[in-house]
Design a protein around this ligand. Structure first.
Ligand SMILES: [Zn+2]
Length: 443
């Protein structure tokens, strides 16, 4: 967001300068060029503050990353803690389950003992009956020989019965106790199990939180990566602008020199004409005739596949067909035309000029920027995606129209061999606001 605001600010300050572009008056056009150069420098300092903005944004992103990292660390600790608690619960569950198993064994043993005791008592009763025919406790009591004998028998029978009864009652009580204990332990077990379930749910939540934090971390890393990419882009733009300011100056000097040469040539021609006229007059006076003229047109030696040098303002930079024109293209804006062709296709300078940049860009691939000064007006041409190692001119080279500067290729962000060609009516700017459709200019 900050980036956009900044860019808008830069654009609005620069667009004022764009309105003033005198075309012919020489002194005026030179001052306009000086202004363009100043614009390029201003734009550069704007980009510097844009880089500073982005750098501080990266610092912010990095501190966010630190926060997320420590958050993930805390969550990891919480997960470990929860895992330990689950382990603890598992141990308790194992222990309680073993306890229940033990109680079940004890209850089974007790039940067996009670059954045995019951059987024993039944046997005892049966044997008492069998040994005395129809003898029962009552018979035993009624068979007393005397009162004291009766008391003895009562005591004996009562003791036996009571003892048996006590044992049975005790056994029953033990059994009840054990069953009660088993129930308690089973309750404890189910409590433990539900606690474990809660802990596992907690662990799941923590893991979910970690996943979200990691997602956030990834986003922050991507953001940082993108920011670095943007800084690189701006740094590339700065480089282009820096060398362009110099190129504009050089292009102006070239044009001044050319104009001076034209003036000198005109002066020379005029002088020659004057001399020849004088000579003719002299000869006429001498009644003699003479005159030879030698003209040697520069032998044009066009490269095999290079386009012919034209008289137009700009010539076609390569042979081929226009595979894509300027305008919206797949959501992005295309600031140039694509000229496509197979084979080894020479790329030539579209007009006389001064090479401001010749380098390898991640997007443009092998690319050359040429600054032209034509009729006191600055133009910029860009030749992108050239074949690796094919560039024949470096920054600072003076090139003439039709001079080969490289070979059509497929470097940078390109799919298939083509020349991406841009024409800017003015200096190149990062927002490419000076771009024009080059086709009407190409002859
Ligand atoms: Zn293109």
């Amino acid at each position: 967001m900050k980036k956009q605001i900044l860019s808008l600010a830069v654009v609005s300050t620069l667009s004022l300068g764009a309105v003033i572009s005198p075309m012919y008056a020489n002194a005026e056009s030179i001052s306009s060029l000086e202004q363009k150069k100043q614009e390029a420098l201003n734009k550069r300092s704007g980009l510097n503050s844009e880089i500073d903005e982005k750098k501080s944004a990266i610092t912010e992103i990095q501190s966010d990353q630190e926060k997320v990292k420590s958050e993930i660390g805390a969550l990891d600790t919480a997960v470990k803690d929860t895992e330990n608690k689950i382990k603890e619960k598992n141990a308790q569950i194992d222990q309680t389950t073993a306890e229940i198993e033990q109680l079940k064994v004890e209850i089974a043993e007790l039940i067996e003992r009670i059954n045995k005791r019951n059987a024993l008592l039944k046997d005892k009763a049966r044997s008492m009956q069998e040994s005395g025919g129809t003898i029962s406790y009552m018979d035993v009591l009624l068979g007393a020989q005397s009162f004291s004998d009766f008391i003895d028998r009562v005591n004996a029978v009562t003791t036996i019965v009571q003892a048996d009864k006590d044992i049975l009652v005790q056994h029953q009580k033990d059994k009840d106790d054990l069953e009660k204990k088993q129930k308690q332990v089973e309750t404890k077990l189910s409590d433990l199990q539900s606690m474990k379930k809660e802990l596992e749910a907690l662990k799941g939540q923590l893991k979910g939180k970690i996943a979200r934090q990691q997602e956030l971390m990834k986003e922050l890393e991507q953001e940082e990566h993108q920011m670095h990419g943007e800084i690189n882009d701006i740094a590339e733009q700065q480089k282009i602008l820096a060398s362009q300011a110099d190129a504009i100056e050089k292009a102006i000097a070239l044009e001044k020199k050319r104009q001076a040469e034209i003036a000198a040539e005109q002066e020379r021609q005029a002088k020659l004409a004057r001399e020849q006229a004088q000579l003719a007059r002299d000869r006429a006076a001498a009644q003699k005739k003479s005159g030879t003229s030698e003209s040697s047109a520069p032998a044009s030696a066009p490269q095999v596949l290079a386009p012919p040098v034209s008289n137009g303002m700009f010539m076609w930079p390569a042979r081929g067909y226009v595979s894509s024109s300027t305008g919206s293209r797949g959501g992005a804006y295309h600031y140039g035309i694509d000229i496509a062709s197979g084979g080894t296709v020479p790329i030539v300078a579209a007009a006389d000029g001064y090479v401001s940049q010749s380098y390898t860009s991640s997007s443009y691939g092998e690319v050359i920027f040429i600054t032209h000064s034509i009729n006191g007006k600055i133009y910029t041409t860009v030749y992108a995606h050239m074949r690796t190692g094919s560039r024949t001119v470096g920054p600072g080279s003076v090139v003439s129209k039709g001079q080969r500067i490289g070979t059509m290729g497929n470097t940078g962000q390109s799919s298939g061999q083509h020349l991406h060609f841009e024409l800017h009516d003015g200096p190149w700017t990062p927002d490419k606001r000076n771009y024009v459709n080059p086709i009407p200019y190409l002859r």
